[in-house]
Design a protein around this ligand. Structure first.
Ligand code: 6PG
Length: 481
């Protein structure tokens, strides 16, 4: 640890809560001189007292000192709560900085805020990089997955630093320039949406193992550990086993049994669905996950409804081993759908905003560091390498075959869950989405007929180009619209 003697820090971090402190330590451990700053200096001192030995830090008390400690072009990473706090810090930094300097927002900011901020700072000659950083506290310290947006020029200066602190998989850093302005925060938002879907699918699998098969929590933990040795291998499956194995010190029960069953959310999943609605992309898995959290949190309604009639329920599956394997396959197939939908949304967002996001790059940088890291991201990477213009991952050879292998199990799981009255919103809607995609004809033709009936909204014909309308309240002949 040293004091502020000259403008020699290659990077500065302001906002030293756990994520900020850990990323600052990560830069320091990788040999960078890091200027550190926090609104209350106590946090800065606590970081330096506990971890000053990690590398070369420059302690600063004021924003002016912080900015003065940075070598040019200055690179200042903001790690504060998304929203108004971010705007306030950006303004303070912008006032103290000079053209060519780079302000980086590493929080979970809404991508439209990032677009706005980037445009405003560009006017002032400053670079603004909104970057997704995934991996939680541990990732921030030891190697996160990093998704920076902003200009190519800013990436030339910043990219090497970010790449060296990111997680590495097969020698490749889990960091790549995603695209201009809000592209980085947009893909981080969708990453989180996929995270929600993945977590919901795992929760449904757990619920079925418990309620449809009657396994105890330790046995379910073993199932997840076993699954983590195969195609489902992923961070989320791995930590599921750990959470399930944890015992509550007070009661001796599994911890999961003393945690209130109401899932919270900070908002990125909800943002993903809102954006998907605007883009017209059916991210059904993510939407079901967001709504499932909302159902769990509807405590008054749940209290009022508990014990409502279930109707006749079917018997539990007799073959525990077979049904466990069915659940595993259903989980894998549903997960493929959820990721495919997330990548569809990224493609649509990229087209809408002109970002030119490379989906193969994303699959590459999500293989390590981030919360949704999973073995099968290698398969997604390969799929985009073979077909960069892929319209949907579910038709790419590996995924088509994986779903073929899972389809019977997937149906059995949804049927059995329904028969037992066990909610499986994400499993069921993923299967319905898949059935919808592969159907030759959809009942949307009827919807179009109804729209034309009550609103003269017109329809297209299967045998002739153009728009048509039936004179429903007249002689019911058809006219060209
Ligand atoms: C990550 C996580 C991280 C955060 C989520 C939690 O990629 O490291 O996604 O960003 O843990 O935002 O989100 P909820 O509180 O909404 O579940």
């Amino acid at each position: 640890m040293t004091t502020n003697d000259s403008a020699r820090a290659q990077i500065g971090v302001t906002g030293l809560a756990v994520m900020g402190s850990n990323i600052a330590r990560n830069f320091a451990r990788n040999g960078y001189t890091v200027a550190v700053h926090n609104r209350s200096v106590g946090k800065t001192d606590a970081l330096l007292a506990e971890h000053g030995g990690d590398g070369d830090f420059v302690r600063t008390e004021t924003v002016a000192e912080f900015v003065a400690a940075l070598e040019k072009p200055r690179r200042a990473l903001i790690m504060v709560k998304a929203g108004d706090a971010t705007d306030a810090v950006i303004e303070e930094l912008a006032e103290a900085m000079e053209p060519g300097d780079i302000i980086i927002d590493g929080g979970n900011s809404l991508y439209t805020d990032t677009i706005r901020r980037e445009a405003a700072l560009r006017e002032r000659g400053l670079h603004f990089v909104g970057t997704g950083i995934s991996g939680g506290e541990e990732g921030a310290l030891n190697g996160p997955s990093i998704m920076p947006g902003g200009s190519v020029e800013s990436y030339e200066s910043l990219g090497p630093l970010l790449e060296s602190v990111a997680a590495q998989v097969d020698g490749t850093p889990c960091c790549a320039h995603i695209g201009p302005d809000g592209a980085g925060h947009f893909v981080k938002m969708v990453h989180n949406g996929i995270e929600y879907a993945d977590m919901q699918l795992i929760a449904e699998a757990y619920n079925l193992l418990r309620d449809a098969l009657g396994l105890d929590v330790d046995a379910i933990a073993d199932v997840f550990s076993e699954w983590n040795t195969g195609e489902l291998e992923s961070y989320l499956v791995e930590i599921t086993a750990e959470v399930l194995r944890q015992k509550d010190a007070r009661t001796g029960k599994p911890l999961v049994d003393v945690i209130v069953d109401a899932a919270e959310q900070k908002g990125t999943g909800r943002w993903t669905v809102k954006s998907a609605l605007d883009l017209g992309v059916p991210v059904t898995g993510i939407a079901e996950a967001v709504f499932a959290r909302a159902v769990s949190g509807s405590r008054d309604q749940r209290k009022a409804a508990v014990g409502l009639v279930s109707g006749d329920l079917t018997d539990k599956p007799a073959d525990v081993e077979q049904f466990t394997e069915d659940i595993r396959r259903a989980l894998y197939a549903s997960k493929i759908v959820a990721y495919a939908q997330g990548f569809d949304q990224i493609r649509a967002g990229s087209i809408e905003y002109g970002w030119n996001v490379q989906p193969g790059d994303l699959a590459t940088i999500w293989r390590g560091g981030c919360i949704i890291r999973a073995r099968f991201l290698n398969r997604i990477k390969e799929a985009y390498e073979n077909n960069p213009e892929s319209t949907t991952l579910v038709v790419e050879p590996y995924f088509r075959e994986a779903i073929e292998a899972a389809i019977d199990s997937w149906r059995r799981v949804v049927i059995t869950a329904t028969g037992l009255g066990i909610p499986v919103p994400a499993f069921a809607s993923s299967l319905s989405y898949y059935d919808g995609l592969r159907a030759e004809r959809l009942p949307a033709a009827l919807t179009q007929g109804q729209r034309d009936f009550f609103g003269a909204h017109t329809y297209e014909r299967v045998d002739e180009d153009g728009k048509f309308h039936t004179l429903w309240s007249g002689d019911r002949s058809e006219v060209r619209a």
